[in-house]
Ligand binder design. Structure first.
Ligand SMILES: [Cu+2]
Length: 342
């Protein structure tokens, strides 16, 4: 039988704890948590997103982000008017301490100077302290459609949400993003489809972009759809990137140091429709497409760009088995094979 006094004590304790939780968000220097990226078990589906991507805090609070993917990400706050730099240079300088161990006290961001991590991977964390009020945009320098907003309010203001809300929201968004492209989970659907000009088509990735009021989130499937493509000698395979965000490469043989431009291997020609066209004459032939990405949309105030490198063709003149990779995402399992029959 319970002792009545211990029951009332535990009720008091419970109410004290509940009150402490209620009061907590209005106390200075609260510590918040968020997640960077999410992935499917096989790493093929990558949510390129801050989860959640909109958070309201008080001046003096800090937020710690934890990266949850094998795909790389940066956590970057640019200062007003700053031009986005490649992820390799970030803000030109990176915070003191080499990842995964940055300064445990965190890095301060007021809006006056850029703060960015180098590319981080699974398990690495980054803490940012926000001493000044303001509404600040957050971005990943690796993924253009991966953005967020942090609202830093005066200490006296009421905050709209507790940490538990953000945890649930992050989990909901993670699930939504990773399941958004589930209908394409069966990658066999376009295996061996005949493309224009009678070539055999391989789709190189798909993806989607969504938004909240805080910014954009996207999901990319890092896979060649039709992992094994079977053709005959003299035929041509055509790879097209259907992802709105993420570039990929088609790489046979040796991976070049710089993955961005195509490698000229002596067989490369540009077809009249702009597609890069290589010929593979043996297993010793190296082919590297460079970045292949869907033609970009126009943005107000930004000069229009060319169609770019959206499609790659390879003609095979010798029977054999030819493995290839995406040089950017082979670590996530983005690999394929072309089998050339006599
Ligand atoms: Cu790729």
């Amino acid at each position: 039988m319970k002792n009545p006094s211990s029951v009332s004590y535990s009720i008091v304790l419970r109410w004290t704890l509940a009150l402490a939780v209620l009061v907590c968000p209005s106390v200075a220097q609260a510590q918040w948590h968020a997640v960077v990226g999410a992935q499917s078990k096989d790493q093929g589906h990558q949510a390129l997103a801050f989860l959640p991507n909109e958070i309201w805090i008080h001046a003096g609070d800090d937020i710690t982000w934890t990266v949850e993917t094998d795909e790389i990400h940066t956590i970057t706050f640019l200062k007003a008017g700053q031009v986005r730099a490649p992820f390799t240079s970030g803000c030109a300088t990176f915070p003191p301490g080499t990842p995964p161990v940055f300064s445990s006290t965190g890095v301060s961001f007021t809006g006056a100077a850029c703060v960015s991590t180098p590319p981080l991977v699974k398990g690495q964390t980054f803490k940012v302290v926000f001493p000044a009020t303001g509404n600040f945009k957050l971005t990943c320098l690796v993924h253009e459609n991966m953005t967020g907003t942090i609202h830093v309010l005066p200490i006296g203001d009421t905050l709209p949400h507790y940490q538990s809300f953000y945890d649930e929201q992050a989990e909901d968004q993670r699930k939504d993003l990773l399941s958004d492209v589930d209908s394409h989970g069966d990658h066999s659907h376009d295996d061996g489809v005949t493309a224009a000009f009678g070539h055999t088509a391989v789709t190189v990735g798909i993806g989607e972009i969504v938004a909240t009021g805080g910014g954009q989130q996207s999901v990319s499937v890092m896979r060649f759809f039709g992992k094994e493509t079977i053709i005959h000698v003299g035929q041509t395979v055509e790879w097209t990137n259907n992802d709105p965000v993420t570039p990929h490469t088609i790489t046979f043989g040796v991976e070049p140091g710089n993955p961005i431009p195509p490698a000229t291997n002596g067989t490369l020609v540009t077809d009249d429709d702009g597609a890069l066209h290589f010929t593979i004459t043996s297993n010793a032939t190296n082919v590297h497409s460079g970045f292949v990405i869907a033609a970009a949309h126009e943005r107000i105030g930004v000069p229009t760009s060319g169609v770019g490198n959206t499609r790659v063709r390879v003609t095979f003149t010798k029977a054999g088995t030819y493995p290839y990779i995406c040089a950017l995402h082979d670590n996530l399992g983005m690999k394929g094979t072309v089998v050339v029959l006599p």
